[in-house]
Ligand binder design. Structure first.
Ligand SMILES: Nc1ncnc2c1ncn2[C@@H]1O[C@H](COP(=O)(O)OP(=O)(O)O)[C@@H](O)[C@H]1O
Ligand SMILES: [Mg+2]
Length: 184
């Protein structure tokens, strides 16, 4: 079964392919509504209405390398199976918002996976200057990881440096523990 982290990686790849310069990942956990909500927003190329309709169909892709598009349909299917909801909002030349809600305690919710590892892998893999802002909210608090702030603090050192990577992973991990983010 795919983890939520895997889906985040997959959906974010669409954003960077769509030439986004800012990608925002928002994760909101709520015990009282029993929801785990993942929203991924970008300021990239966006999609026309016609294209947006097609995107819900499995196998639609605008890529030419591999003629199967499954990222969005699988994310949607997993959210709906886990008692949740799914939506995409997109405007041509403005950007795209993908939102998936999972039942937090639902037995069919995929495990979270290794979020710190995924986030760090992601920002290190961007081949251009993309600002990535990750906000994680729980009933215990909020954590914001913003690559612009980190770049400034680290004097623009590359995120692909092994030591920087492990330092960032550790930092995210500790902050997620502090706000009691769901681990599995
Ligand atoms: N954030 C986005 N911005 C612009 N277009 C997108 C975005 N996400 C998805 N798309 C369009 O939807 C298609 C299907 O996406 P997806 O289901 O992830 O499959 P794949 O990435 O394999 O093509 C993409 O090929 C792209 O044309
Ligand atoms: Mg994709």
């Amino acid at each position: 079964m795919k983890t939520l982290s895997y889906h985040i990686l997959d959906i974010t790849e669409n954003c960077s392919r769509a030439n986004a310069t800012v990608i925002k990942l928002d994760i909101t956990e709520n015990q009282s509504s029993d929801t785990y909500c993942i929203q991924i927003e970008d300021n990239g190329d966006g999609m026309s209405e016609e294209m947006l309709k097609k995107v819900h169909d499995p196998f639609f892709t605008s890529r030419t390398t591999r003629k199967v598009g499954l990222g969005i349909p699988l994310f949607r299917q997993n959210a709906l199976q886990a008692g949740g909801d799914f939506s995409i909002d997109s405007k041509l030349n403005k950007g795209t918002v993908v939102k998936a809600i999972f039942g937090l305690s639902n037995i069919d919710r995929p495990p979270v996976g290794d979020l710190p590892d995924t986030i760090v892998w992601l920002i290190a893999s961007f081949d251009k200057d993309i600002r990535f802002v990750y906000t994680h909210r729980t009933d215990s608090g909020e954590y914001i990881f913003d690559t612009d702030q980190i770049r400034e603090a680290l004097d623009n050192i590359s995120f692909s440096h092994p030591e920087i990577k492990s330092m960032l992973k550790e930092m995210i991990k500790e902050n997620l523990e502090e706000i009691k983010a769901t681990k599995n």
